[in-house]
Design a protein around this ligand. Structure first.
Ligand code: DOR
Length: 434
């Protein structure tokens, strides 16, 4: 089984490469990278002329909803959405029903993933049993069965003593703890960012300092234990600064920012569309600016989607009753290229670095690089393709998006997973292709 990608511009920051290169994938792995590679009779050839060829995108933060909430999403629809958006590796959070808090659930899910997933899926186990914030999950067992990190995403672990134990424990098997950092006592019953817009709309606000306080505690505990803390969906200026200073002190902390927090402000909530309701909430422009600065100077390591699909009828309610979150896998690359690359703010290497190379590196995933011997996970990108976000074209079950109708420039046009073409020109290819 051989696949040769010919004539493209290879952008692979893991090898410091931005140059014309061909890539040969054999038996699912990168077999050769060279200026001109030739195909033999049994090789499938992909013409990448005019296209960027990059390591497949890696999303460290998605929700697949399986098991238990398949009306929102499942492994098949979620990984279809992933490959449609150029992602070859995704990391779903543990807040399913039941929660991913034991080895048996990790192995059961892995089995389903191996049969059904169109992309690579790496699992996160919960920090506490049932996300109850009271008792640690079977982290050691889950790590042994393949969990790559631990998180109570969706909830802050309020008990500092327990969170410190979690950090100590996870560091024994070199796994990061991902924190969902928000002090719930300060967030109260707010459901958008606290500021001028929330005051105007009469919606109770969540102050930015609720996130800052939680990030500060988590960073201090990481410093205290020497463990690896990964801060999920950073959304405030204060959190960026706390992480920046911690990194300077040598604390083992990494962090991610979501596409929506980098590209939208709380003004988007003005129309009361439930497709703009998310946790943490969309913030004001000074926070968006601080996130971009953090991304630029390396304080923030990864761009993630926080793809959080919900059923149509759950979002089709008054703003205050709607669940947090919306889908993001199929819009992420187009939005980021439009807003951060075509504006001249970030180079293509920086974007591929933040959406593939660095995320793979911080969770020690076998991904994010097209060096010889790495998995043949590739995305082909047409940088100038113009397209408009239309939810009716999504593969995900969760149709809510704050980007509906947005005009984008740049899109993934082919996604290859372990040498199999999984998406071509926007169409997901189910089943083995070659
Ligand atoms: O908006 C969100 N949705 N934020 C979270 O932290 C959880 C997520 C979900 O599971 O729907």
């Amino acid at each position: 089984m051989k696949l040769l990608i010919k004539g493209g511009r290879l952008v692979d920051p893991s090898q410091n490469l931005d140059a014309a290169r061909d890539i040969l994938i054999e038996d699912g792995l990168v077999a050769a990278v060279g200026e001109t590679l030739t195909a033999d009779a049994d090789t499938q050839v992909v013409d990448a002329t005019g296209l960027v060829v990059a390591p497949g995108l890696v999303d460290l933060h998605v929700h697949l909803r399986e098991p238990g909430q398949e009306a929102k999403e499942d492994i098949v629809t979620g990984t279809k959405a992933a490959v449609a958006g150029g992602f070859t590796t995704i990391v779903p959070m543990a807040n399913t029903r039941p929660i991913v808090d034991s080895a048996i659930i990790v192995s059961g899910l892995k089995e389903r993933i191996s049969r059904e997933a169109l992309a690579e899926v790496m699992l996160v186990g919960s920090v506490t049993k049932g996300l109850n914030g009271e008792e640690l999950s079977e982290m050691g067992d889950m790590a042994e069965h393949g969990a790559v990190a631990f998180s109570d995403d969706g909830r802050f672990v309020e008990n500092s003593r327990l969170f410190r134990s979690a950090l100590e424990y996870a560091s024994m098997f070199n796994k990061p703890i991902i924190s969902h950092a928000e002090d719930p006592t300060l967030a109260g019953d707010g459901y958008m960012h606290e500021g001028a817009v929330s005051a105007r709309l009469g919606i109770p606000g969540i102050p930015a300092v609720a996130e800052d306080i939680a990030v500060a505690r988590d960073v201090l505990l990481a410093e205290n234990t020497g463990a690896h803390l990964h801060v999920a969906h950073v959304s405030t200026k204060g959190a960026v600064e706390i992480i920046r200073q911690a990194k300077k002190r040598g604390v083992k902390v990494t962090a991610e920012a979501a596409v929506h927090h980098l590209t939208l402000t709380d003004e988007a909530v003005s129309g009361f569309s439930t497709a703009t309701k998310v946790a943490p909430p969309l913030r004001s422009s000074e926070h968006v600016q601080a996130l971009r600065e953090g991304l630029k100077d390396g304080t923030l390591n990864a761009i993630i989607t926080d793809h959080a699909p919900h059923a149509f009828e759950e979002k089709d309610v008054e703003f205050r009753y709607a669940p947090n979150g919306f889908c993001g896998l199929e819009t992420a690359l187009g939005v980021i290229l439009t807003e951060l690359y075509h504006t001249g703010e970030f180079s293509l290497s920086e974007i591929i670095g933040k959406m593939s190379v660095e995320p793979a590196h911080i969770f020690s995933l076998k991904a994010g690089s097209l060096k010889v011997g790495m998995p043949g996970n590739v995305v082909l990108i047409d940088l100038n393709k113009e397209w408009t976000v239309k939810k009716e074209n999504f593969y995900t079950r969760g149709k809510a998006t704050p980007y509906e109708g947005k005009h984008c420039r740049g899109q993934a046009v082919m996604t290859i997973v372990r040498g199999n073409v999984r998406m071509k020109d926007g169409e997901v290819c189910v089943g083995k292709q070659n």
